[in-house]
Design a protein around this ligand. Sequence first.
Ligand code: HEC
Ligand code: HEC
Ligand code: HEC
Length: 111
Amino acid sequence: MGNRFWRIFIVSVCILCFVALGAAFAQKKVGGGDIKYESKKQGAVLFSHEKHMKVPDTKCNACHTKVFKMKKEAKITEADHKETKYCGTCHDGKKAFAQTDKADCAKCHKK
Ligand code: HEC
Ligand code: HEC
Ligand code: HEC
């Protein structure tokens, strides 16, 4: 009995290690990962956590949870672009490129 027990024990430990390692790799994405907004009218928008976290001095609380919930749920309209809310909190033409300048639409909206 002893031998069989140890074999099963060791195999189980190995499987658990692989599962833990896999989970660690899966979490390598930054923050909430890539967020896709499938705007049909203007072209899809990709928000990259990775690129935004590379902006100097950016912490999670630059956006969470005052500007965005930690959940993909915002319903962003064209009218919102003119206000200092959602992406416009920073994309105002000062902290980052604007949302109201025709030349900049395609920096976010990809056809
Ligand atoms: C520049 C703004 C910004 C920063 C900084 C930021 N996030 Fe996000 N995050 C967003 C946006 C935008 C969404 C989507 C919100 C929505 O659609 O309502 C989001 C969503 C999320 C989600 C939910 C993802 C999903 O698929 O539902 C998680 C989790 C998250 N963020 C974690 C983080 C963590 C952790 C950090 C810091 C490492 C961070 N975020 C920094 C903008 C940001
Ligand atoms: C900083 C990024 C950003 C820029 C720049 C930007 N937008 Fe958007 N826009 C968004 C996001 C995010 C949404 C939400 C898309 C969704 O939820 O489907 C959106 C939504 C829209 C919508 C509503 C789409 C729909 O299907 O209801 C319109 C119209 C729109 N934008 C037009 C524009 C125009 C015109 C410009 C340039 C003057 C522009 N946007 C620049 C991020 C941006
Ligand atoms: C906390 C401030 C902040 C918020 C909120 C924010 N951004 Fe940005 N974003 C920046 C800065 C700063 C840059 C880099 C400077 C620049 O390009 O003007 C940038 C760059 C970008 C870029 C170019 C780099 C890339 O990822 O290709 C895109 C696209 C973009 N933002 C989309 C968005 C969208 C869409 C939202 C809303 C869902 C958003 N941002 C919200 C600060 C912000």
